[in-house]
Design a protein around this ligand. Sequence first.
Ligand SMILES: [Zn+2]
Ligand SMILES: [Zn+2]
Length: 387
Amino acid sequence: MYGGPGVKTDKNFPIPESMKAWVLGNPGELKLTQKPVPVPKRAEVLVRIDAVAICATDLEIFDHGSPALIQGGKPFNKNFTPGHEYMGTVVALGPGVDEYKIGQRVTVEIHAGCGQCKRCREGMYTSCHNYGLNYGDVDKGHRANGFTTDGGFCEYQVNNINTLVAIPDSMSDEEATLVVTAGTAMYGLTELGGLVAGESVVVTGPGPIGLLGVAVAKALGAQPVILTGTRDNRLAIGRELGADHVINVRNENVVETVKRLNGGKGVDYVVECSGAPNAVNEAVYMVNRGGKVCLAAFPHAETPVDVAHIVRNNIYLYGIRGEGKSATHRAEAFMSQKRFDATKIHTHTFALDDLPTAIRYAKDRVDDAIKVVVKARGVATHRVAAE
Ligand SMILES: [Zn+2]
Ligand SMILES: [Zn+2]
């Protein structure tokens, strides 16, 4: 029987002892297996996972391992379950937990942090100094779902209560998986100073974080918000999410166009979400003197940077990791108040059993896929032959 010391369950939410779970084998290899359903400890709950979105970072982890870090190394062949953009229903409470109720719908942010290092104490738990230290004699209790501990490509997962965000019934499962993506954009704007009402913002790269970055910047009152990218269909979605102007960088000189659209001057803020090799320099040329640039994308190669221009013009550069300082709660507040419609970036839903197909859609952008979601219940298994 499922349970543990001090753990509360409810007969209306029966919990099996084992569950379906995808695990990472060799690079690029995911296997469907059975695992015991984990049991929540102090300050934790068990979440029945109702939906999980695939992120570009998941694709990176499947093939290259990094930025996942399991027992101090690459995550391959360690019975590790990836997946970090999930939501679900609280079905068991760990000892002493009264902050959430069984049956409550929640979405989760990724990082719990160790809670005891300098950065965790500052709310910067996504840059915890004890990142990945949660094993053996270096166990500091750090948790990042799908990065340093098991994640969401399974049926149940334990989560620290500090990673939970309550959601209203009016928010669909699919929409709730996008809160953490909007939360990352919110964190970027938080680190830039947060007071962007009436300020000019460029978002470079119309991936999920960039598109929701446009939506969050607009909801915060930024004016104008300019989105740049290479794909017209993505730029069109950016307009629907609130971009005042879009620029296809294949057709125009992006720096000149940004300046023209902003009255001849550079903008106050750039949120760089493309990871393109020339993106950092273009960003620093697009901001005005004293402007701020947030770097939210992981480039694959070292990036050349015009340091002299940055110094001469007092430009600030901020790297951000994930969704710190409770940004996810602020993003959820905008979404539950319908300040923007994040579902515009959700394009496909598959059954959990069809994760490999879902991954292919996300990776190859099959059928213009942006955010692809998998669900353990209520979605028919895909018949590959019928494609
Ligand atoms: Zn992600
Ligand atoms: Zn920490």
